[in-house]
Design a protein around this ligand. Structure first.
Ligand SMILES: Nc1ncnc2c1ncn2[C@@H]1O[C@H](COP(=O)(O)OP(=O)(O)O)[C@@H](O)[C@H]1O
Ligand SMILES: O=C(CO)[C@H](O)[C@H](O)COP(=O)(O)O
Length: 522
């Protein structure tokens, strides 16, 4: 700027709580990520299909990573803070203390994780009601949503948990409460996981029909009766106590949160694609599908009018992009499945030794190993005799059948590194075929999708991205900013501060770094 004072830079902090770790980023006004930190979080699996976490452990990790990313920055320049998180269920008593969600009465473990499948009997009974709210979750409620888990707590932990409970939070809303003391819930969590309607609010008849009339009787105070759009500013901002914990100044704006997949969707779906020759250039944003690939994969497609896709969650109004309906397809375990297949193979110790010797991750090593053994054929052809059915944790979309199991066909007696590499490739291909299956269901119902926008941990794996391009036949776009989920969280903070008028930021905020196109024809 000539002749005048340079305006001080404005910064935003985004905090992303994934399944395995918490990440934070310091982001500037143009969406550039200036600092990044991550920290693992604890998980417990006390019995098969029971997955638990600790809200105190998660908050402590949020504090560690936030302090790290703001080191050396003038705290007065930090204008806003946004959180996103997995859609896990946090249980607190009337004084906001953690309550146990387990038979062992370990109150440290007060979070039922999103992938927990303990409430099978409860979700089956909920689905048998055929209540009209089910139309808005793809026709069938998933065991991973909150209503069946709440019913499980009432039926199984009546005295130790249910009767003492004062607050049930989706994890993203727990974090914004912890930062501000405001118990308002985000429209995103309530619409996507709790059957709330942006247009009609709670449906009393649903909760009465499934045996959770308690919530109606107390006017939904335990699950949320104040609902705000993602990015809305909460109360008076950061409380002095939370500011001390996080290493920030009290009073900075804190936003109503988003679920992690939705923050990723927001972080990539508006990318500026000008000049890349992509078919979606100049087309409505509804021709784009954001795919957020971490422990799970989530397929976020938006539309101007509601589209009912059997087996695909939604349509949800304004749950990700304001004014648009959202359909959310999903595969419950994708990153977790790849890790499971690779780490469980007899040749894994050998792989670890070889990858370490080359200072590579096991996945970078496997990708180069596949390149070596493919000879003249495209790498995808290495699996003509080996196939994986990827529903090791049930099928979220589009079959919506949690009883499905995984399958591998074409196994041989040998268990060397070549076999491991090919099994890994077949798993990645199975996941990409699952994405194609979801896209086909969405298109059959009325979506018209031409381009995929990927983010999340698996988007750092070029083989995973290429297989999505080969198998769907669509170009796959990666954003300049690899940590796009964190960009989504930071956008929330910018919106809460008033610096951005809406979470729908200008396209220039996120630019494209790489495009993967289909490499071979059948
Ligand atoms: N550089 C990488 N190459 C290959 N896979 C990766 C890479 N980084 C992360 N992943 C995979 O991504 C998954 C985790 O993604 P992430 O987005 O961190 O998950 P979450 O948000 O669920 O915690 C894991 O399965 C991990 O193996
Ligand atoms: O249900 C979801 C989003 O609606 C996600 O699967 C869940 O939040 C877990 O996310 P991640 O795989 O990033 O840990």
């Amino acid at each position: 700027m000539s002749g005048g004072e340079q305006k001080p830079e404005r910064y935003y902090v985004g905090v992303d709580v994934g399944t395995g770790s918490v990440r934070a980023a310091l982001v500037d006004q143009s969406g550039v990520l200036l600092a990044f930190a991550d920290q693992p979080i604890k998980k417990w699996e006390p019995q098969f299909n029971h997955h638990e976490q600790s809200s105190e452990d998660i908050w402590a990790a949020c504090c560690v990573v936030t302090k790290k990313v703001v080191q050396g920055i003038d705290l007065n320049q930090i204008r806003g803070l946004g959180f996103d998180a997995t859609c896990s269920l946090v249980v607190l008593d009337k004084q906001f203390r953690p309550l146990p969600v387990n038979h062992e009465e370990d109150s440290h473990r007060n979070v039922i994780m999103w992938l927990d499948h303990r409430a099978v009997s409860q979700v089956n009974r909920i689905n048998e009601t055929k209540h009209s709210v089910l139309q808005y979750v793809g026709g069938v409620m998933s065991v991973e949503m909150q209503a069946p888990k709440l019913l499980w707590l009432k039926e199984n932990l009546r005295e130790t948990c249910w009767d003492k409970a004062g607050h049930f939070f989706d994890l993203p809303d727990f974090l914004s409460w912890k930062a501000t003391g405001v118990t308002a819930r985000s429209l995103c969590s309530l619409v996507c996981k709790w059957t709330y309607s942006a247009e009609r609010g709670w449906d009393d008849s649903f909760w009465k029909m499934i045996g959770l009339e308690d919530f109606v009787a107390d006017n939904y105070s335990k699950i949320g009766n104040q609902v705000l759009p993602p990015g809305a500013s909460l109360g008076n901002g950061l409380t002095p106590e939370a500011a001390r914990d996080l290493g920030l100044l009290p009073g900075i704006a804190v936003a109503a949160s988003l679920i992690d997949a939705h923050a990723g969707g927001l972080g990539v779906i508006g990318a500026d694609v000008k000049g890349h020759g992509l078919v979606c250039e100049g087309q409505p944003v509804t021709s784009r599908l954001a795919v957020i690939c971490g422990t799970s994969s989530c397929h976020m497609g938006i539309s101007k009018d509601p589209i009912f896709v059997p087996g695909v969650w939604g349509p949800y109004f304004s749950a990700m992009v304001p004014g648009f309906w959202l359909n959310e397809g999903g595969q419950s375990v994708t990153g977790k499945l790849i890790d499971h297949m690779v780490e469980g193979h007899a040749a894994f110790p050998e792989l670890q030794v070889k990858a370490t010797a080359r200072c590579q991750s096991v996945y970078a090593y496997l990708n180069s190993h596949l390149d070596l053994i493919k000879k003249a054929q495209p790498v995808g052809f290495l699996t003509v005799d080996l196939h994986v059915w990827p529903d090791f944790h049930g099928n979220r979309s589009p079959l919506a059948d949690l009883t499905l199991k995984g399958m591998v066909t074409g196994l041989k007696l040998s268990q060397d590194l070549d076999d491991l590499a090919i099994l890994y490739l077949a798993t990645v291909q199975a996941i990409a075929l699952g994405t194609r299956f979801i896209i086909e269901a969405m298109e059959a119902a009325g979506h018209s999708i031409s381009t995929l926008f990927l983010c999340g941990g698996l988007s750092k794996n070029p083989l995973f991205v290429q297989m999505h391009a080969d198998i769907t036949g669509m170009p796959v776009v990666l954003s300049q900013e690899v940590e796009s989920v964190l960009v989504g969280a930071a956008i929330l903070g910018a919106c809460a501060s008033g610096d951005f008028a809406s979470v729908q930021v200008q396209r220039e905020f996120h630019s494209v770094i790489a495009i993967f196109r289909k490499q071979w024809q059948k």
